[in-house]
Design a protein around this ligand. Structure first.
Ligand code: ADP
Length: 203
């Protein structure tokens, strides 16, 4: 008989190394459900979130091509907490439903839910068996995202300020990988060790 797949919620601040760890877990045999990718798909032209968002925020929320006007919504959500919550109250349930639909298609020992805002959204803790937090210093987050994506340091800092504090994220974790001064090989090793530990059974 096949044991139910272990449901792992993977989270971390921007630039912490979350996507790198997700790739490593996939190489080890986990199925991946990427909630950022789901959010993007839901907000493409014809995506399931488009009509609810148009109804809630008006035509200004939708770009001429029929996709969500990301720049407009980002500005609105950054400037006004209530508007951000309204946006999330539409998007998060749709993301959750689609994540479960994709998880049901996974065959394997584990499903990794890559959820950047796991701590912030509050709904995910109860949906997963384990929470894995990837953590590093904020200066390292900034340096990595500047190098990876060509953002300005100020842009990265603005995103960090919107995300959960590192301590809040760690408080929610079953395991933390401190991805600071680790070589890629050492990070890989840390993920392997955790995988072996969690694959060994409950506890
Ligand atoms: P996130 O998904 O959390 O935003 P990524 O996994 O994309 O972060 O990592 C951000 C950048 O930092 C990527 O270019 C990645 O290759 C690099 N990176 C992450 N961890 C390490 C590490 N331990 N050593 C070297 N580079 C790293």
């Amino acid at each position: 008989m096949c044991a139910a797949a272990l449901r792992i919620g993977l989270t971390g601040g921007i630039g912490s190394g979350k996507s790198t760890v997700a790739r490593c877990l996939v190489e080890l045999g986990a199925g991946l459900v990427d909630t950022d990718a789901i959010a993007r798909e839901l907000t493409l032209p014809g995506g399931a979130a488009i009509e609810p968002l148009r109804a809630a925020f008006g035509v200004a929320a939708i770009a001429p091509d029929g996709s969500l006007d990301r720049a407009h919504m980002r500005q609105l959500a950054f400037a006004d907490r209530a508007e951000r919550q309204r946006l999330e109250s539409i998007l998060h349930p749709l993301i959750g439903q689609e994540a479960e639909r994709r998880a049901a298609l996974v065959h394997g020992p584990a499903i990794v839910f890559d959820v950047p805002l796991l701590v912030e959204s509050g709904r995910w803790r109860a949906r997963v068996d384990r929470v894995l937090v990837i953590d590093c210093n904020e200066s390292t987050q900034v340096r990595r995202v500047v190098a990876r994506s060509g953002w300005t340091p100020e842009a990265v800092e603005a995103v960090i300020a919107q995300q959960a504090a590192r301590a809040a994220r760690r408080a929610c974790a079953d395991a933390v990988i401190f991805n600071e001064q680790l070589s890629p090989a050492e990070l890989d090793r840390a993920v392997h060790d955790l995988w072996d530990h969690w694959s060994a059974g409950p506890g």
